[in-house]
Design a protein around this ligand. Sequence first.
Ligand code: NAP
Length: 307
Amino acid sequence: MPNVNPKATYEPCPPQRVAFIGLGVMGWPMAAHLALAGHDVTVYNRTAAKADALVRALAERGVARVRTAPTPRAAAQGAGFVMACVGNDDDLRSVVLGPDGALAGMAPDAVLVDHTTASAEVARELYAAAQAQGAHFIDAPVSGGQAGAENGMLTVMCGGDEAPFERARPVIAAYARAVTRIGASGAGQLAKMVNQICIAGLVQGLAEAIAFGQRAGLDMKLVLDVIGKGAAQSWQMDNRGKTMVDDRFDFGFAVDWMRKDLALCLQEARRNGARLPVTALVDQFYADVQAMGGGRWDTSSLIRRLR
Ligand SMILES: NC(=O)c1ccc[n+]([C@@H]2O[C@H](COP(=O)([O-])OP(=O)(O)OC[C@H]3O[C@@H](n4cnc5c(N)ncnc54)[C@H](OP(=O)(O)O)[C@@H]3O)[C@@H](O)[C@H]2O)c1
């Protein structure tokens, strides 16, 4: 069960009726923060036991404004905002479209905010589907990982129309430290792709550097402390460098998820003509890690290939 660390202060926001669909590693704490911030929350999860467990966990903290619903449609009924955080494009379509999907229950003018890391294409498709019934869709992938979700400190990159974004922003703020509209529908997903392209090459560089230093017989934790105060510093170096030295990967952001994200980047690059040679290579390195049984290891496990 994910931890949830209530924030010292939540941004003031009038209580809203909010639905949350998908209570995984990320969605569970995000939904919990909405309830802790004072919103009236209805949750749906495919595996219903998880939704029941969240309601119980919040009740133990004295938060009673949370209930479960049997379908995404039922969860969305009467909600001003519907949040989703599921796995990939197809998972997202399955909870949003169709007779039991969230859109079928949404009132005109309600806003669907999707935190799944998905394609820009599905974002535009669902934006159009929402618009056709007078509702709104914001693509809003996140960065900050499990710890960011548990601490309510995610960075949220959004695409969609300005007015519904402005309405949703203070609600999203319950689990975020930054919520920014990047542009039109799909722009949030494209920004997340930029984020993942930055990370892929950087983690491979860090892996090569640490493996090189260890072969050279250096005290690599000392080296990381020293160079981490200079131009080589990065979030990955600060947060993953020492666990890479220790060869520990049983936490963090899974290689399977990274491969899904890099596939989205490579697919988008084929469409827009961008060249991603390093990203494509690192994607294949991650395939090697999967073949080593590391699909659930943290992405810093790239160094295992070099040992
Ligand atoms: N974990 C991270 O550090 C991280 C960081 C940034 C972004 N993300 C992105 O956030 C999204 C969720 O990640 P996560 O780590 O929370 O994943 P997760 O723990 O595997 O949870 C996935 C959630 O989606 C639900 N789901 C999946 N397929 C579904 C379907 N077809 N129909 C209905 N529900 C479905 C699952 O329901 P069940 O409980 O029934 O399986 C579960 O609630 C992914 O797109 C991921 O790339 C993750």
